[in-house]
Design a protein around this ligand. Sequence first.
Ligand code: SAM
Ligand code: SF4
Length: 442
Amino acid sequence: MKTFYIETFGCQMNVHDSEKVIGTLITEGYTQVEQPEAADLILYNTCSIRDKAEQKVFNRLQQFNKEHGKGKVFGVLGCVAQQEGEKIFDRAPHVSLVAGSASYTKLPQMLVQLESGNRRVTGLNLDTEETFETPFASRDNPHRAYITIIEGCDKSCAYCVVPFTRGPERSRTSQAVMAEARELARMGYTEIQLLGQNVNSYRDPSPVAWDFARLLRAMGEIDGIRRVRFTTSHPRDFVKDIIDAIDENPVLCNHVHLPVQSGSDSVLNRMQRLYTRDEYMRRIEWMKKARRNISITTDIIVGFPGETEADFQATLSLLDSVEYDSLFSFKYSKRPNTTALSLPDQVDEDEKGRRLAILQEKQRSIQIHHNSALVGTIEEAMVEGYNQATAQWIGRTSQNRTLNFTHALIPSPGHGDTLAGKYLNVRVTRAGPNSLAGEAVL
Ligand code: SAM
Ligand code: SF4
């Protein structure tokens, strides 16, 4: 029997890539095990979006090999594999497979090579137009499923390693995407999350040439699908038709994650983000004017090379103007191959830390204010599970807020009763900066 263990670092794209890799391995006759000690093949699906990611992977590889790695085959997948390439064999000689995501279509052949004893198998070609189509992806969550619609990235943001690790932008056909979604609905999934580095750059390569808004509308019509989400959107390619589609159909979740990175035009320009603050704000206005209440979230980088105090203040003032429901914030970190490496005026680490703390504190007060305004309202929550420690059900609203709640008739799972996967109306009774709490309306 051939067994494998896989560990995944990084974003949702990586999580879903792993689901497809697992599906491929199972199709090839492998069995997944939960402990690396029990596996013949150990895979790490890695992330290199920010610094120290590579070191983490090498430490993990080293640590495991010393203790329990004897006789096992190790593989490094994902962004660190693509970025470091064959150098990994020198730094970690017990590794036998190094493959980036653009080569996953070749996994079956790579497995055959490993099985025949080849101890230096690589999949590092980025020059591809193929997408990773798998007949089977092993999904853990029985209610929500990810679907990749577009792979790679053709933008060249000055700080970002993704174009070097995931290759050129390539969309799947709308036919393949729709067939996968219909099959998921048939299997009982009710929520679909469309994935891509820039989902709204989606362009169906088949003659019907659907754009992203067209695909979204079609997704919203699939019988059995109650929620459709998507991430991430790039402001440059974000058109009003996407908001119109959300306004037309409540199945399309009223949440848009639109990374801005900075509120300063000079920083945006040096980042090569391809939009100005005003252009970004125009998109925000579309959302604010929509009929539905659209939740807006973002990503921000502080301390990009040359970011002055005035630039940073511009980002803080953007937070006041937009009033995001939540944001991911990062200190700029140097990435190999990127153009920002050669920019002058790198900001020192302490200063980046100071700016990050100020930004996060400001955002926290915005969130407390926003979430408090929801107390007393009734929200539909999709139930994700149960938290034993707090004795609350865990729910998520269409706007992607966490809404933990109690249920008078089914206070906890047991006796065959579970609310997981159900859609319930919940009255919001309390609000914190990061979540809401409430009680189910009976
Ligand atoms: N494609 C998306 C976009 O254009 O907004 C984002 C993809 S990236 C995986 C996720 C986030 O990581 C980015 O929005 C950015 O805020 C952050 N990020 C990427 N490179 C970074 C770097 N070198 N330093 C700090 N943060 C970075
Ligand atoms: Fe990276 Fe920019 Fe592409 Fe997003 S759009 S993945 S930040 S290069």
